[in-house]
Write a protein that binds this ligand. Structure first.
Ligand code: FVH
Length: 300
């Protein structure tokens, strides 16, 4: 295996390559430049390198030129399938270097890429970005990392800190993706609820902007109680409640579906929830709280 390219003593001088200059890749490269890293960039559509070159980045003509310019390559494409297709021919050039993949993907995809990298002498770190591009390099943004070689992560941690706070979640390469998808699952649930809420209130001509403060405060208050409360119930396997049981929720939920229909709205996002409440009660969990749903989501 070729030796890992040496790094400068000052971590801010460590060269980095960014492959993929979509909205996120551009934000990542820009943050690295602002932190002082010599940054090489490559994108399939070459025109997207222009604004970064104006900030001091070095555009590479090919992905191969890009990965050989730095000991550390960060890749951020639409899918891991695209990552695999792009990098498979570059395995030899990446050997002895570190590849940080910040493309959204599943745990098994991360595992497959890690195995592929290991077979070619590439150090692979998978990551999940918990931020939108505008949040990169601002407080509150963080990136989850996992991979078989924690020492390699530590070696590059200072550089990666230029992007966002770093959170190492473990040596199983799929863990960052698992955390990422779990967190985003919570977000998508909220997005679904917010969409249906605005549709319902808007069906009587009430402006979303007028309703927004009420919705935001109510969702925040519920989040404060439900997230830790459900965690406690799940971890102790104690689901009986004197707050809001499943039998009551099952009886109330048809009112929501009825209102959606009466207001001329579709309800495809929420019909499965009624089916889940029905099953919970039919299986004898009517006295339990909503935390019981976690156990009912397990197959088999
Ligand atoms: N944007 C966001 O808010 C989220 C935040 C959390 C993380 N996600 C994930 O980040 C990945 C990239 O997202 P993005 O927002 O940068 O996406 P786009 O702006 O659409 O850019 C996509 C880049 O991927 C390149 N690309 C696509 N297919 C290929 C391919 N076959 N070969 C090489 N490159 C490819 C594309 O190139 P081009 O179209 O400009 O030529 C862009 O550089 C993603 O996993 C999110 O889930 C973002």
């Amino acid at each position: 295996m070729p030796a890992q390219p040496t790094q400068p003593a000052d971590p801010s001088q460590s060269p980095v390559t960014v492959l993929g200059l979509g909205l996120m890749g551009t934000a990542l490269a820009s943050a690295l430049l602002k932190a002082g890293h010599p940054t090489t960039v490559w994108n399939r559509t070459a025109a997207k390198t222009g604004p970064l070159a104006a900030q001091g980045a070095t555009p590479a003509a090919t992905a191969r030129d890009a990965v050989t310019a730095s000991p550390l390559t960060i890749v951020c494409l639409t899918t891991n399938e695209n990552v695999r297709a792009l990098l498979a021919p570059e395995a030899e050039s990446l050997a002895g270097r570190t590849l940080v993949n910040l493309t959204n993907g599943s745990p098994s995809q991360a595992g497959e890429l890690s195995d592929w990298a290991a077979a070619h002498g590439i150090t692979y770190i998978d990551g999940g970005i918990m931020a939108v591009p505008q949040m990169i390099a601002t407080p509150g943004a963080y990136i989850l990392y996992s991979g078989t070689d924690e020492a390699a992560f530590e070696a590059h941690r200072a550089t990666l800190s230029a992007l966002a706070d770093t959170k190492w979640v473990g040596k199983d390469p799929g863990l960052a993706a698992l955390y990422d998808l779990s967190l985003l699952t919570g977000m998508y649930g909220m997005v679904m609820g917010v969409a249906q809420a605005y549709a319902l209130i808007g069906s009587e001509g009430i402006a979303a902007r007028e309703f927004a403060p009420l919705l935001k405060d109510f969702v925040a208050a519920m989040t404060d109680g439900i997230v830790p409360g459900t965690a406690e119930a799940v971890d102790t396997d104690q689901h009986l409640t004197d707050v809001s049981n499943l039998a009551m929720n099952r009886e109330a939920f048809p009112n929501f579906l009825q209102a959606y229909a009466e207001q001329g709205l579709r309800s495809e996002m929420f019909e499965p929830f009624q089916a889940l409440l029905d099953r919970a009660v039919e299986e004898g969990h009517g006295a339990d709280g909503l935390s019981r749903l976690v156990t009912l989501l397990k197959q088999g």
